[in-house]
Design a protein around this ligand. Sequence first.
Ligand SMILES: [Zn+2]
Ligand SMILES: [Zn+2]
Length: 140
Amino acid sequence: MNQVNEGSCLCGAVRFRTKGPLREVVACHCSQCRKQTGLYYAATNVGLDNFELDGEERVTWYRASDFARRGFCGTCGSALFWQADDADHVSIMAGAFDGEPGLKMAYHIFCADKGDFYEINDGLPQYGKGSPNLAVAPDD
Ligand SMILES: [Zn+2]
Ligand SMILES: [Zn+2]
């Protein structure tokens, strides 16, 4: 597939480009994602072979856990990426894409940790912790 999608942080210092199909969007309501975003983390995922990053030096990486890092724009603070150590794929915040990339929300994880000021009522599956079948981007 020749599908190409682009996106950026709010200020535009960090831009990225993906090739090929993107994974469905997974919403993570864990306390780390809640703190970082103020709500929850909604991310797609793509293989590093299909991912290009401009302004990488403007990305600040923060390790909230000992197995992954979170990338955000050091200028405007937009949360952008989540990457497990040694992974060959990266999660990208769905809202960072330009235009309408055609993404669909799939399910919610770590619902047990969600904030008490909102309800999840979109009818999609909800998992208290991680999903048993958390997938990465399909091969193109
Ligand atoms: Zn920025
Ligand atoms: Zn999370």
